[in-house]
Design a protein around this ligand. Structure first.
Ligand code: DGJ
Length: 718
């Protein structure tokens, strides 16, 4: 029940999904989050008051007469002398605000505060919401109540983390190697990760995590933040010399990007905080909340074939029909025609923007292929890259003013392309019109929506304003509009692989293309760390051809399939070149995925913290703990020979499980010289024993993997 308050209470306690947020509403001008983390249960006002009092810092020598507090929007006027929550000005004036709490609206899971500074003519609405799984969402809305324009420099949400958080984890990367983890000490000062690419970028950090030293996936208290935004952003981890530590997340605004006229407002993207004992618990909060959305894809994820690595730009109806035949034979349910189908698109130098089916290559349109695909019982999907334009296109020739630029010259090109200003009403109308027309003309169930370059100087024209923010908003509007006009349409977010992975885009799309790298060796980490936010069923994972195109490595089908298993399975491989034996083997893997995809799409993802870095053990545990599926991978040779025991995390400690292992034929090889004791006859262990004592894994060649299946043999206790 929501209680708007005339009189502001002394504290607030939000609780949901095993998480508590305690706010002190009295000790400073603004609310202070004095606890964010473990649920505290039904505690009374006296204890809340105790928490608030216990958190008050003393005055110290050399400091201000009152030690500044880390409030929801810390500001210099309150003595906060590190990164403020709001930066902006009116041509130099009102550079420092004094926003104080004026109203609070509270429920058991939500808090809405209005902070006002009448003198500066500013108001900020701060909303905090705890989601079903305990994710903390923060949104800020700044309103210009003054009578002159206010230029917004930065507005960010802050998430305080405990002093035990001494280590930071972020991700970095590049095309073909997204979300590579990096860790370092959380020392005093600001640690900044930002994107200035107009999209998050392959190097963007998906999360900023702070935790106890050496935290892993199973253990170690971690708190972290993700920004649900598909454009420029700045994430900061800041430890102050006065004993506070905070993670800040906000959009990165270019000079003059947001100037609020009197009465106008700017709303930040959703900043989302998670926490847990170990990164798996942290990730589970994201997965659970995403799965609870009414829009979450609930039907079994259709096994997909994507034509890119099979044919690239070599579009030819007969070849593609043969590929479709082969795809249907191995159990594929969705056929996606990638780049190369539209006007003038014979390679990647031309055509983007001219969204008509190329009459030379497709004289009868796409129907002959689509009819064939659908006749085989598969859905049809189509690749598009609506925000991009090749200078060599009719669109660029006719509407040069629709391209983003900051001067007469165009910005440096990327993949021979420039970027359409989707915030230009005519450009938007054109693109929306073309997409609607295609979707109306053909039975297209799925769009692969690509975005293949960083934005450079994204301005509205010579001497114009930066348009990065408006372009993200226009993109969201367009995706929403497509969803409304074409019910049932699914969209994949791709950006040179995984350069646009965030919860802003995922609110409007149905999966992400995780990476252009299909090499299972690389994919192990790419998927592990993408999974910190994205649940497996939204993560595209494709079988590669035996020689991986992007790395040149030769890998076994079994290794590729077992690595792709915990994702949304697809195939990206010229199946027309394969013999019956290989197609049969692929069909078996597809069948295995189809058997377990329900579990994969609903279960809890787990990773064992193993001492042997040459091993990777990950799995999915069914809700209720009745079953679990694990993949054990020998990433490289272990120093121990045979390797030491591994553990199986996530099972119900008090239940017993029948645990079996399959080392697939063709998995690259079994190296043990005597049988593994529990291989021929499944073993029965309790969940506690499996997670603590563990068991010996098979001795495998590097790049081989085995499947471990645990099924409960008794009911849950109680
Ligand atoms: C980049 C994507 O990541 C690939 O999967 C493919 O769709 C190409 N673009 C097509 O140009």
């Amino acid at each position: 029940m929501t209680t708007p308050s005339v009189q502001i209470p002394a504290h607030a306690h939000l609780q949901a999904g095993g998480t508590s947020v305690v706010l002190d509403l009295q000790s400073a001008d603004q609310p202070i989050i004095v606890h964010w983390g473990e649920a505290l249960g039904p505690i009374g006002d006296d204890e809340l008051a105790g928490i608030a009092r216990a958190a008050r810092p003393q005055r110290v020598s050399g400091g201000l007469d009152e030690t500044a507090r880390l409030t929801v929007l810390p500001q210099e006027s309150g003595g906060w002398l590190t990164t403020p929550g709001l930066e902006g000005d009116r041509d130099g004036a009102d550079f420092s605000s004094r926003l104080a709490l004026t109203t609070a609206t509270l429920s058991s899971t939500d808090a809405e505060f209005v902070l006002s500074d009448a003198a500066a003519g500013l108001e900020v609405q701060v909303s905090l919401t705890l989601g079903v799984s305990g994710l903390l969402h923060q949104r800020l809305r700044l309103v210009n109540r003054g009578d002159a324009p206010y230029r917004v420099g930065a507005l960010s949400a802050g998430f305080p983390v405990p002093p035990t958080a001494t280590e930071l984890l972020t991700t970095t990367g590049h095309h073909l190697r997204e979300r590579a983890p990096q860790r370092h000490a959380f020392t005093v000062g600001g640690h900044v990760r930002e994107s200035r690419r107009g999209r998050p970028g392959a190097d963007a950090t998906l999360v900023f995590v702070a935790g106890t030293a050496g935290f892993g996936f199973e253990r170690g208290l971690v708190h972290g933040v993700h920004l649900a935004w598909s454009g420029d952003h700045r994430l900061i981890a800041e430890r102050t010399p006065t004993g506070d530590a905070v993670l800040r997340a906000g959009e990165l605004l270019r000079a003059g990007e947001i100037v609020l006229a009197p009465g106008e407002e700017y709303e930040t993207p959703d900043a989302v905080g998670s926490w847990g004992d170990g990164l798996d618990a942290f990730a589970a909060r994201f997965h659970e909340e995403l799965r609870a959305r009414p829009t979450h894809p609930s039907r079994p994820r259709p096994v997909t074939v994507n034509t890119w690595e099979a044919v690239y730009f070599r579009h030819d109806l007969e070849t593609l029909r043969r590929l479709a035949d082969r795809a249907a034979r191995v159990g594929v349910e969705r056929f996606v025609l990638d780049d190369g189908w539209f006007q003038g698109r014979r390679d990647d130098t031309a055509g983007l923007g001219d969204w008509w089916v190329d009459a030379e290559v497709w004289p009868s349109g796409l129907s002959p292929l689509i009819d064939h695909v659908r006749g085989l019982g598969m859905e049809f999907g189509l690749w598009v890259e609506p925000e991009m334009v090749n200078p060599d296109s009719e669109l660029a020739r006719r509407h040069p003013d629709w391209l983003l630029r900051a001067r007469d010259d165009l910005p440096p090109s990327g993949r021979q392309q420039q970027v359409l200003d989707l915030s230009h009403p005519d450009a938007y109308a054109y693109i929306a019109g073309r997409l609607h027309a295609l979707l109306d003309e053909y039975p297209i169930a799925y769009l692969k929506w690509d975005h293949n370059r960083d934005l450079v100087e994204p301005g509205s024209g010579p001497h114009g304003r930066p348009r990065g923010h408006e372009n993200v908003r226009a993109l969201y509007r367009l995706l929403d509009e497509l969803g409304e006009r074409h019910p049932g349409l699914e969209i994949e977010s791709c950006a040179s692989g995984g350069a646009r992975v965030d919860l802003g885009i995922l609110q409007r799309t149905h999966r992400i293309w995780t990476s252009d790298c299909l090499d299972p060796v690389e994919r192990l980490d790419i998927q592990r760390y993408t999974g910190l936010v994205v649940p497996p069923e939204l993560m595209g994972a494709h079988l590669t051809s035996p020689v991986v195109h992007s790395t040149g490595r030769t890998v076994s089908l079994a290794f590729s399939a077992l690595t792709a298993l915990f994702g949304h399975l697809g195939i990206e491989w010229d199946l027309t070149a394969e013999d019956d034996e290989t197609l049969d083997a692929i069909a078996q893997w597809v069948a295995l995925y189809r058997t377990h995809r329900g579990l994969i799409a609903t279960g809890r993802r787990v990773h064992a913290d193993l001492a042997d870095a040459a091993l990777d053990l990950r799995g999915v545990v069914a809700r209720g703990g009745g079953e679990a599926l694990y993949v054990h991978t020998q990433v490289r040779t272990s120093t121990a020979h045979p390797p030491a025991t591994i553990t199986l995390p996530g099972l119900d400690a008090g239940r017993r499980y029948r645990i079996s292992i399959t080392v697939p034929v063709g998995a690259g090889g079994y190296l043990g010289q005597s049988p593994l004791a529990w291989e021929s006859e499944p073993i029965v262990l309790s969940g506690r024993t499996a997670a603590t004592v563990g068991l010996r894994p098979p001795v495998l060649l590097p790049h081989a993997a085995a499947l471990i299946h645990a099924i409960a043999v008794d009911s849950p206790a109680g």
